[in-house]
Design a protein around this ligand. Structure first.
Ligand code: ADP
Ligand code: MG
Length: 725
């Protein structure tokens, strides 16, 4: 829960000294305040200051936002007399004896004896011989834990230990903050630095929230919140302090997202893409299937945004296989057929190429006439990282000249955006790899394109709002007709042989399938493990079949060729790492084996299963695991095929970041807040941000000046809030 980088912290980022004491106040040293150097503060000193600097803690403001990563319970009166057997307590004393021995049962046992004001106290540890080295006779410590009486002396088994410096008071906090450290820096250094910092700013911090906001939202005032986080008196105080900072961080993010949006609406005109009924029905006619009710409804929402003249900023979500691509294609064609350029960006080259193939298939042998009476020409233009220089140059030239109307790309597009001729629409597919920030970047054009973001996995509405606070939401809540829920099995070690013979029988009946291997591909060892998995399968259960191997390190064109063979039925099975996870669409593939399924997150499992839920034949999925015990995640996966329900389950379980996959989540970098865990707070912050902006659209005026400054400082660059503040 800490971040060493004070520049991204809420509330204090690069703050100038607060209003507090006037410069003329003669009795205060000049550098007291947020910018005061820690080493100058009483109780810190230059040697401790030097150590703190290793953690990046040089000034008061940095120490304040060096948030604890944990707390230890040191509640108790700190004397032996008040200890009660069976209850938690904490006692300070001096180490007088350290003993190590092996018990009759062969366990290492360490005992440490303290003398304290009220009598002796013993700490005792089993199976941890190294603990002995952490004590020195003559040093002062506090032990905290549940006390019991033993041979006339109080004893604590496996107590928490707090080492006291010579000049450190034992009672400084009943709940002891535990800080992230760096080499050679001690907890006591950080504690004393932070406490000195707190003392230095008491009564001087400027409040970001207005008084009524603190009250209505039950937020601790800024100084109290810092105190509660660093020197809490109770669990409740810790929570209240943390909540204030989490709330503030999410509130500012929501403000920034909405300001970004507002600014785009005000300063940029969007292409007016108005599609008449007959054009719309011609567009819908390119599909070999009738659209579902839900697809038609969300397409309507999107088209009416695009006709409005203000830039669309919409999130489209739907369960895996619900047909988001078709909706995207409608939007793309609407833009292209009204003379605009339309881009769809995919997270991987494999998916980008798939989009090209889909579009080309839909357009093949069809003459689509645009609103100027011309045939849609130029085909589909691909722009990806793996292209040769010449290919890329040709694509870029066609884009600049406006010959390319339908453009498919990957992140390469964002990394160095080409000049567009008349960009009308950007679709971002399978968003959980693109951040808000990247989204902002393709939008820095004179004329703002419409933006449609499509999620990879359904997420509950509250979370969607928290992450994509600036977007309107459309949901496809219906699967195409004839879809049947994938039959899903948990395959334990006992059932493995039976599973493979079942899987092979289905292959012999003519089905195609995947086998997914979890592997850390970045390392050689990871790669070797995929190779050996393939070998094992090829020489074992799958020896009678034609296998293709796909992993992240294969060149994209090789990957594409293998997928193509699979699509055409020249391979029976794709053995893959989770690259098949997102978006691969081969409707004929109906079998899935996920190896070590317990190592995948729920969202990922659901994505994988979605690969075999695309056609009329009922898909079959086996989640193979060596885990024998209950496994709530696997059980949920087997029990339900509804992605929205799984997402909610995941949210309740709160597997750390599983829902959106932390690293690649596209969630903006946050310090204290966790968008999944704190979804409820985020929802409140969002509603608050909307109310604030309704009252004052650009945070103008004196009472919001500080807030405006903080928001711009924190998010201004990444969200391009140049016009505000
Ligand atoms: P996702 O929402 O997971 O991205 P896709 O857009 O890849 O799903 O669609 C999944 C499959 O469903 C594709 O093979 C697609 O052609 C098919 N599909 C989409 N819409 C319909 C529909 N209305 N009727 C029948 N099949 C459809
Ligand atoms: Mg998709």
């Amino acid at each position: 829960m800490s971040s060493p980088d004070a520049s991204v912290q809420p509330g204090l980022a690069g703050d100038e000294p607060p209003a507090g004491p006037a410069p003329s106040a003669p009795h205060r040293p000049r550098d007291v305040g947020l910018r005061a150097r820690l080493e100058r503060l009483p109780g810190v000193g230059s040697r401790r200051g030097e150590r703190l600097a290793r953690l990046g803690l040089v000034e008061v403001r940095q120490a304040l936002v060096h948030f604890p990563r944990d707390y230890k319970d040191f509640t108790g009166s700190h004397t032996v007399e008040t200890l009660v057997a069976g209850e938690h307590g904490a006692v300070a004393g001096e180490v007088v004896d350290i003993g190590s021995r092996t018990t009759v049962t062969g366990k290492a046992m360490v005992t440490v004896l303290l003398t304290t004001d009220g009598g002796p106290l013993r700490g005792i540890w089993f199976g941890m011989p190294f603990i002995a080295k952490r004590f020195r006779v003559g040093s002062r410590v506090v032990l905290a834990g549940v006390a019991r009486q033993s041979a006339g002396c109080f004893e604590m088994a496996h107590p928490e230990i707090r080492y006291l410096d010579a000049d450190e008071k034992a009672e400084s906090s009943p709940w002891l903050a535990v800080y992230p450290l760096a080499e050679g820096v001690r907890q006591s250094d950080v504690r004393m630095g932070v406490q000195a910092a707190l003392a230095a700013v008491e009564g001087q911090l400027q409040e970001t929230f207005r008084p009524h906001e603190l009250e209505v939202r039950s937020l601790l005032p800024i100084y109290d919140a810092f105190r509660a986080v660093h020197l809490p008196a109770s669990r409740e105080e810790i929570e209240a302090g943390r909540r204030r900072f989490i709330y503030q961080e999410l509130y500012m993010l929501q403000l920034a997202l909405r300001l970004h949006r507002r600014q785009a609406e005000v300063t940029h005109q969007a292409a007016c893409i108005d599609v008449a009924a007959d054009l719309r029905s011609r567009i819908e006619g390119v599909f070999p299937f009738p659209l579902t009710q839900a697809q038609r409804r969300v397409a309507g929402e999107i088209l009416s945004d695009m006709a409005s003249g203000t830039p669309m900023q919409r999130l489209l979500q739907g369960d895996v296989g619900s047909g988001k691509t078709a909706v995207a294609v409608i939007a793309l064609l609407a833009a292209a057929l009204t003379g605009h350029q339309a881009v769809i960006m995919a997270p991987t080259e494999l998916l980008a190429r798939q989009h090209v193939a889909t579009l080309e298939r839909l357009l093949a042998g069809r003459e689509l006439i645009d609103t100027t009476g011309q045939a849609l020409r130029g085909g589909v233009t691909l722009l990806i990282g793996g292209q040769s220089k010449a290919e890329r140059a040709a694509a870029v030239a066609r884009i600049a000249a406006g010959e390319a109307r339908l453009i498919v790309g990957t992140q390469a597009l964002v990394a160095s955006p080409p000049r567009f001729h008349r960009l009308g629409l950007v679709v971002i597919d399978e968003q959980h790899r693109f951040g808000v920030v990247q989204r902002a970047r393709l939008q820095q054009d004179d004329c703002q394109p419409h933006t449609l973001v499509m999620t990879a996995t359904p997420i509950p509405r509250t979370v969607a709002h928290a992450i994509y606070g600036d977007l309107d939401l459309s949901t496809i809540d219906e699967q195409p007709p004839g879809r049947q829920p994938v039959q899903t099995y948990r395959v334990g070690p006992q059932q493995l042989d039976r599973w493979w013979s079942f899987y092979c029988r289905k292959l012999r009946e003519g089905r195609r399938g995947y086998v997914v291997v979890p592997a850390v591909e970045e390392s050689e060892a990871g790669l070797a493990s995929i190779d050996s998995a393939l070998e094992e399968l090829a020489n074992g259960p799958l020896e009678a079949f034609r296998l293709g191997l796909i992993h992240g390190r294969l060149p994209p064109d090789v990957k594409h060729a293998i997928m193509d063979d699979f699509r055409r039925g020249r391979l029976d099975v794709i053995v893959a790492t989770s690259v098949v996870e997102v978006g691969i669409d081969v409707p004929e593939a109906t079998l899935m084996t996920i190896l070590d399924a317990d190592r995948f997150g729920l969202a990922q499992l659901h994505q994988l299963r979605g690969r075999v839920a695309r056609g009329a034949t009922r898909g079959i999925c086996g989640a193979v695991t060596a885990v024998k015990e209950d496994h709530p995640r696997l059980e949920a996966f087997v029990d339900t095929t509804d992605g929205f329900r799984l997402a909610e389950f995941d949210l309740i379980q709160r597997g750390p970041g599983e829902l959106v996959g932390k690293k690649q989540s596209g969630v903006p970098p946050l310090c204290l807040a966790d968008i999944i865990r704190d979804a409820a707070v985020a929802a409140e912050a969002r509603e608050h941000a909307i109310a604030t902006l309704a009252e004052n659209p650009f945070l103008e005026g004196d009472d919001l000046a500080r807030l405006r400054k903080l928001v711009v400082r924190r998010w201004g660059d990444s969200l391009d809030l140049g016009g505000i503040g």
